[in-house]
Design a protein around this ligand. Structure first.
Ligand SMILES: C[S@@+](CC[C@H](N)C(=O)[O-])C[C@H]1O[C@@H](n2cnc3c(N)ncnc32)[C@H](O)[C@@H]1O
Length: 182
């Protein structure tokens, strides 16, 4: 693992989505879980490490992520399909994690099989319309603290030369849906 990483499993500098896991554990436990837009795969890796599920699949198309994974010298991200989600058939799963740009949601919802969909983005107006195609299960607000994963200053601007786009501490809301059979 690279010296500049803070959390033992972290590969995506300045990013630690792991506070989400206790919130979704009852949905992902023992299920096939697909993280569409999985970044460096930290979330799925931790789901597996905690023994919640061995059946994990990530999809990611960002070369920067692939380099980050490679540079950290580890082969433990072999559950990631390194492709654009438009270029592959979305793998079958019981649970899908969505935390990708909103314009991709419509296409993803069309293409996934009946399943649980965990929407990790806060909902806006357009968002609500898209998600109305699914059956609402529940909304959960949780606290997150990503300060332990961030070495401010040292790792700033590492992701596509962008500044941090999120607060390191606060509340997030996820919404759980079900895609039912037609
Ligand atoms: C907000 S991140 C979520 C990362 C991950 N779920 C996590 O929590 O660490 C969204 C990811 O979706 C990826 N993404 C965006 N468009 C994509 C596409 N067309 N195919 C595959 N991945 C895509 C981005 O590169 C980015 O890594």
């Amino acid at each position: 693992m690279g010296d500049n990483l803070i959390h033992p499993i972290q590969k995506w500098p300045e990013r630690g989505p792991l506070d989400l896991i206790p919130v979704i554990s009852s949905y992902v436990g023992g299920k096939t879980v697909c993280d569409i837009g999985c970044g460096a795969g930290d979330l799925l890796y931790e789901i597996r490490r905690l023994g919640l599920s061995n059946d994990i699949i990530g999809i990611e198309n960002d070369e920067w992520m692939f380099r980050t994974i490679g540079e950290s010298g580890s082969k433990d991200r072999d559950f990631i399909l390194m492709e654009d989600l438009y270029d592959l058939e979305i793998p079958k799963a019981d649970v899908y994690l969505l935390w990708v740009p909103i314009h991709l949601y419509g296409d993803i919802i069309d293409r996934i099989p009946p399943s649980i969909v965990i929407d990790c983005i806060e909902d806006g107006k357009d968002h609500k319309k898209l998600m109305s195609r699914l059956t609402f299960r529940e909304k959960i607000t949780y606290e997150y603290n990503e300060e332990p994963y961030s070495k401010k200053g040292k790792l700033k601007n590492t992701y596509r030369n962008r500044e941090d786009l999120w607060s390191l501490k606060g509340e997030r809301t996820i919404t759980v849906y079900e895609k039912k059979k037609d």
